[in-house]
Design a protein around this ligand. Sequence first.
Ligand code: COI
Length: 356
Amino acid sequence: MITTGQKIAIERTKASRLPQTDLDNIKFGRVFSDHMFVMDYADGAWHKPRIEAFADLRMSPASLVLHYSQTIFEGLKAYRNVNGGINLIRPQSNIERMNHSARRLCMPQIPEDMFLDALVELVRQDQDWIPKDEDAALYIRPFMFASDEYIGVRPSDGYRFIIFTCPVRGYYSEPVRVKVETKYSRAFPGGTGETKCGGNYAAALYPAKLGQDQGYHQLVWTDGLSHKYIEESGTMNVFFNVDGTLITPALDGTILRGITRDSIIRIAKDEGIRVEERQVSVEEIEVAARNGRLRSAFGAGTAATIAHINTIAINDEVYELPDVSTRKLANQIGSKLDDIRRGRVADPYGWVVPVA
Ligand code: COI
């Protein structure tokens, strides 16, 4: 483990925004808690880890990130548990994935112990921002960006690492309509598909907008070479229930290594559900949808949690999937995952990190 051994300096805001915030009426990603964690990288080391008031950043218009997108991020959640405490879920997996993204983007590694301390301390400082009800959580957004003032193309020497949090409910307020995309590409072998870098999301906006103009919430991306194989959706990994078997595209370097995806696979296997992680062709999903063998489909992600798909468009054909209430398999896995997050059952996987 890389370690800095540095203590986090904490300066609490003198003007909390919580009294003016209606936690019962929040839109995803619009409301930000009082504090943020900040740490700077210069001269080959991380400096000044601190928690301070959530505030705007000052930066030079020549900051490298604004031009060449050297920026990465993560998403995880903290949940209120049944004993009144708070649980972080699998933070170690997010820390490892962020450092994996950092390597691909020529960015420095974040010391794992400092990262975990920062997550726990920030959530502790803003614990009153976590809504009490069952469908809510605190979304945590760590990110890092290149901060050098320079307009030549090269990796930055300086970086800033920030974590802020938002009280949230569901990302999607209804079952989602998706369209399988076979013209534009999100990723290709050797690219950055499996990293959580800002550029992946920017490049997806235009095709996604074309889909939204046709009434779809999201695209389901296909491989960039042949467009014959399903990869993932814009904000989540995808799962298909074909005749009771849960099928999901295998991780091949172009698909995000979803942590919720991994949790779902682990739970499904332990619940005795047959799971196949493999290449999934558009054709087989289309045939299964046409023959009524595609019983359900859903997306999985930290923000989206388990998002039921009710409509899937493939090659100009639109398939309506069975009613949400009949989606037993996804609901069974989803309840198990929720029970672990909320501490209603013992956590057999070691995923829960309590915020003391
Ligand atoms: C998440 O699920 O945490 C994500 O990062 C998806 C995001 C683009 C909303």
